[in-house]
Design a protein. Structure first.
Length: 212
């Protein structure tokens, strides 16, 4: 099942606060990072481990370490930056590949303006971060770029997902697992998620919020 709605009490509580229209920019930013960290915990639950021999305080000892692919975090600019540090708080050694995509407000088409993929993506697990999965256009475009660069193990972390966006990702990229704090009801006529969070980029960057 490629969609994972993480119904952890801490996530439910924080997301409930984030839905408040009067939440300050500071608190919205902090909670975006906190929920991102909690989603990271879930998205990495099945990562393989391997035994390694270390010198412990009482002598040689077998412990476990992460095996296999290293991680690249892929924030979709701008709003994805609001989740980046939350992921890095748990995976501090990860590489970061930035993708800049802006949704045209009239057509809702995703337009790519930056592609800065680093490292050997064919040997890495990519964790895409973006607060909102609405029509799915931005996420599908990002996955297209990563696959073109050879990446085969891709997971998406989003704060809120609309059924329309989930369907779009599932039909184009059924191998990509989506981890979200909430599957919301639907999109409104302007392509905003209901109940959603409003314009996540504006709330994270403190810019004007569109009248929706
Ligand atoms: O699923 P979609 O219909 O593509 O919509 C979701 C995208 O829209 C928002 O970004 P926006 O284009 O507003 O850019 P910003 O992050 O620079 O604010 C959001 O952060 C997603 O990237
Ligand atoms: O609800 C939405 C949809 C797209 N982008 C946002 O920031 N919010
Ligand atoms: Mg925005």
């Amino acid at each position: 099942m490629p969609i994972h709605e993480i119904r952890h009490p801490l996530i439910r509580h924080k997301l409930g606060l984030m839905r408040r229209a009067d939440l300050s920019t500071k608190n919205f930013r902090e909670m975006s990072q906190e929920v991102a960290a909690l989603l990271t915990y879930e998205a990495t639950k099945e990562l393989p481990l391997e035994p390694t021999l270390i010198e412990g305080w009482a002598g040689p000892l077998h412990v476990e370490k992460l095996a296999g692919k290293k991680v690249t975090v892929v924030p979709i600019l701008r709003a994805g930056i609001g989740m980046l540090d939350g992921v890095l708080s748990l995976i501090p050694g990860a590489k970061v590949s930035a993708v800049g995509i802006a949704r045209n407000e009239e057509t809702l088409q995703a337009q790519t303006y930056l592609e800065r993929l680093v490292g050997q993506l064919d040997q890495r697990l990519a964790l895409i971060v973006d607060p909102m999965l609405a029509t799915g256009g931005s996420m599908v475009a990002t996955i297209d770029l990563l696959k073109k660069a050879g990446c085969r193990d891709i997971r998406a972390l989003v704060l809120v997902a609309a059924p329309e966006g989930i369907k779009a990702v599932e039909s184009r990229h059924p191998d990509v697992h989506i981890y979200t704090a909430s599957v919301d009801s639907h999109l409104n006529e302007d392509g905003y998620i209901i109940p959603g969070l409003g314009d996540a980029g504006d709330r994270i960057f403190g810019t004007r919020q569109k009248d929706i």
